[in-house]
Structures are given as structure tokens and as C-alpha cells.
Design a protein around this ligand. Structure first.
Ligand code: DGL
Length: 453
């Protein structure tokens, strides 16, 4: 791949006719990548390549990308375990013929020859609340550090080890499996990759979700329906979804649908069973209050088109898809003073758009387009099972300091690249709290089977 192509993630390969149709969509991705480096991430971009062997924190070795990278794993990151829903969608995807690359299932997982490195920045989550705390700057630095971790070799064998090790493989592609991180960091990561001149492409869940609205929703515009985006407060404040949906429809020459948004501050934490919030509320309660608030606002603002589709714009929300639909149904039937105020504003059948599966498809297409797929086994034999790697961050504070960490983390300032206040360690069953484990065990079988015990 020539360096002029780097960072854009765009090259048209006419022979791959079946994925060429997606070129326009991928080209749209490139436009947002033309943004320059912000002053917040510029110091980190310089720092990231300053350690010749990648042994300093937040660095990688550019030379690792100086040879063909097809055999390298694919990186997926999120603010925590939520992105595992995206990895599950990737691991279980069978939407293409692996030999011809044409759309259509062939009974084999589309990524059967690939290996994955997952990173959940659990110590620093929830990302969705940094903008609310007025600290978007630090959030952007965290997001770029996540990408640098995936590109690098460095991790800690355990939280209390004397020194880090350099045996983590770098990755050939990055999937931002976090909506908030895509909203605040996709353009920065792409700009950084261009500055580093490495052949790595980046796929984000928001763009894939927006294209999904265009491709897979019922004809919202013809039916004159609105679309609701449910996400974190940060993702909603960024307007990433309305903008991405507007661009996707604009590029297709179509009028964009009306987008209604609601940002949930606590839903991800409640879904994970975080004791700090789960003790005082429940998924049903948070949904009831949030969706009612969204529909009240929509009604008050003069909204008249019924909401016909819902975008699950947060990694955790696919885990409560049924509860969301049930609550919308309840709201539709809600009666006050003999009238049903929300009946005209919520369609009888609401479609759900889950960006996870759409992101998996986009990853496949882009890997093929960039000719970065891992080589198949000789003779088309079933590949050997590849070991996926899972990592998570843990705070460096002493035991018992959890409360202090929770209070301090939103107030940190960017630029202190010498400070390593969290460590990235292998994610093991023993490190995850029971509610998170339960979610993975019961809802994410592919991930569960490859997570280290
Ligand atoms: N992973 C985040 C997202 O998809 C939700 C959790 C968080 O706020 O960190 O937006």
C-alpha cells in the first residue's frame, strides 16, 4: 500500500466488484479523516513514536508496519466491556463468501482466519460522562492512547508486576467499538495515523450505524418516520449520529430523516450491574424515565412524525434491546385523560438498528478492499483456531482507593504523558466483576469461549 493512501482507508479495487459498491460509503469515511490534528492530541502523536523499542508508556514502533501486515491481528477497543458486543458481532459474522468475497453466507465465519486483540479501558470509563464533566480534552487523549496501545507491543503481565513486557502483537486495523470514542476520537486517530504514515485503517461504529440507517431501515423518508438515537450523553452532545446520518443520506442524494436523540448517563453502568448505580435503580426504571423524557421533548418541540427506528448508539444497549422495545410499546399505549399522547409519535412496529453487525460488515469490506485479509489455510482447509487476546486497564492506586479514583479520573488534564496512572493487563475472568461476567457468559458466547480463564 502506498503511503499516499494511508489514513484515508480508501482505494478502489475494480476487480473486487462486490465490495466496490461500498466505495462511495468508504469514501465518505475519508472525508471526515481530513481534519487536522488538534492541539490536545498533537503532543501524544509526537510522543507515540519516541521510544525505539516501544518500551515507554503510550508508544509503538513504526518499523513494525514496514513489512506486510496481513498476518497481524485486528484491534478492537472500547471504554470497557461494552465493545465486546461489537467483537461478538465480528466473530459471528457470516455475511460474505470467504472465497469470492461476494455478499451471501457460506457457512463459514467471515473472519475465520483472523486473530483479534481486544482492549477495554475499564479503569477510565464511562467515556460518555467526560464531556458532561467538561473534560472533552482528556477524553480525546484517552481515545488516542487506546489506539496507540493497540498499535504497540507494551502491556503489563499483571497489575502489580515490577515491569511491563513487550510481547503484545501490533494490529493491522483498528475497530473503535465504542460510540463515544468514535464520536470524539475517530477523526483524531485517522489524522494521527496519517501523520505516522503507517498502513492501518480505522472503522468506527457511528459511521457504520449511520450507513445502516440508510441501507437497512425501512424507507423512513417515504413513510415519513423519524429515527431515535439512544446513546450516552457524550455521544448525543457531539451530534455525531445526526451528522453522520445526514451525510450518509446526503451522499445517496436522499433527504435525511428527522433524528431524535436521548443521552443516558447511567444506563451502561446499570446494564453492567455497577453496584454504585444498580443499588438505586434498574434498567426498566432508567429506560422508562429516559424514553418518556425523549418523547415528551419531541412532542413539546412540535414533532409529529412517528419514531419508526431506533439506533442502539451505545455498545451496551444491544444487551437490553427487548426492554427498549417493550418500553416504547408501553409508552405508545400510555393513556392520560382518555388520550394516548404518544400513539401518533411511536410507530406500531419499531425497527432496531444495531451498529455492531454493520461495523462487522464494514470491517470485512475494508479489509478486502485494502487487501489486508489474513492468508487462508492451504487448500481451503478449516483454519487452526487462533487465540484472541483480551486486555483491560486497571487503576494504579492502592487497594481501597476506588472511591478516590472514581472522583479523580474526570478531572485529569491532557499532556502529562510521563504519568501512567492506569496499567493495561490481560483481561481474565478473575479480573471482571460478576455482573459483567454474567453478561458475557450468557449473551456473548463467541467472546466467552475465547476469553482467558
Ligand atoms: N462504550 C460506550 C459507548 O458506546 C458506553 C460506555 C461509556 O460511557 O464508557 O458510548
Amino acid at each position: 500500500m502506498g503511503s499516499s493512501d494511508l489514513g484515508t482507508g480508501v482505494r478502489r479495487v475494480p476487480s473486487l466488484w462486490c465490495i466496490g459498491a461500498c466505495w462511495m460509503a468508504v469514501a465518505g469515511t475519508a472525508r471526515s479523516a481530513e481534519e487536522p490534528l488538534s492541539s490536545v492530541v498533537e503532543p501524544l502523536v509526537r510522543h507515540a513514536t519516541s521510544s525505539p523499542d516501544g518500551s515507554a508508556a503510550a508508544t509503538f514502533v513504526p518499523g513494525d508496519f514496514g513489512r506486510p501486515t496481513n498476518e497481524l491481528p485486528i484491534g478492537v477497543f472500547d471504554s470497557g466491556i461494552g465493545g465486546l458486543t461489537v467483537l461478538e458481532a465480528i466473530l459471528s459474522l457470516d455475511a460474505f463468501d470467504n472465497r469470492t468475497l461476494r455478499p451471501g453466507a457460506d457457512g463459514r465465519p467471515d473472519f475465520e482466519n483472523e486473530r483479534f486483540v481486544y482492549f477495554g479501558d475499564q479503569a477510565n470509563m464511562p467515556y460518555g460522562n467526560y464531556p458532561r464533566e467538561g473534560n472533552e480534552a482528556y477524553l480525546k487523549e484517552l481515545i488516542l492512547k487506546d489506539a496507540v496501545f493497540l498499535l504497540g507491543r507494551r502491556c503489563w503481565p499483571t497489575a502489580d508486576a515490577a515491569s511491563p513486557v513487550l510481547d503484545k502483537p501490533p494490529v493491522k486495523a483498528i475497530v473503535i467499538g465504542c460510540n463515544t470514542a468514535t464520536a470524539y476520537g475517530l477523526a483524531e486517530i485517522r489524522a494521527a495515523i496519517r501523520a505516522w504514515g503507517i498502513p492501518v485503517f480505522v472503522v468506527g461504529v457511528v459511521e457504520a450505524g449511520a450507513r445502516g440507517v440508510l441501507e437497512s431501515a425501512r424507507d423512513l423518508v417515504a413513510r415519513d418516520e423519524a429515527i431515535a438515537v439512544l446513546a450516552t450523553v457524550g455521544t448525543c452532545n457531539s451530534m455525531a449520529y445526526p451528522k453522520a446520518i445526514g451525510s450518509a443520506f446526503g451522499r445517496a442524494g436522499r433527504r435525511a430523516p428527522k433524528v431524535v436523540q436521548h443521552g443516558f448517563a447511567d444506563l451502561a453502568a446499570v446494564i453492567e450491574g455497577d453496584p454504585a448505580v444498580a443499588a438505586t435503580t434498574s434498567v426498566e426504571r432508567v429506560l422508562a424515565v429516559g424514553l418518556r423524557g425523549m418523547m415528551d421533548d419531541y412532542r413539546r418541540s412540535g414533532g409529529s412524525r412517528p419514531v419508526g427506528s431506533v439506533v442502539l448508539g451505545c455498545t451496551h444497549f444491544p444487551l437490553v434491546r427487548e426492554e427498549i422495545l417493550a418500553e416504547l410499546g408501553r409508552l405508545r399505549r400510555h393513556e392520560a385523560d382518555g388520550i394516548r399522547p404518544f400513539e401518533p409519535l411511536i410507530a406500531e412496529q419499531v425497527d432496531v438498528i444495531d451498529p455492531a453487525g454493520l461495523t462487522a460488515r464494514e470491517l470485512f469490506r475494508t479489509l478486502a478492499l485494502e487487501r489486508l485479509r489474513a492468508p487462508a489455510s492451504p487448500g481451503g482447509a478449516a483454519p487452526e483456531k487462533k487465540e484472541n487476546l483480551f486486555f483491560m486497564s486497571v487503576p494504579c492506586l492502592q487497594a481501597g482507593d476506588d472511591g478516590a479514583w472514581a472522583r479523580a479520573k474526570f478531572g485529569r488534564s491532557p499532556g502529562r504523558l510521563d504519568v501512567e496512572d492506569t496499567r493495561v493487563v490481560p483481561m481474565t475472568v478473575g479480573l471482571l466483576p460478576e455482573p459483567s461476567l454474567n453478561l458475557i457468559r450468557t449473551r456473548l458466547p463467541q467472546v466467552w469461549s475465547s476469553l482467558g480463564r
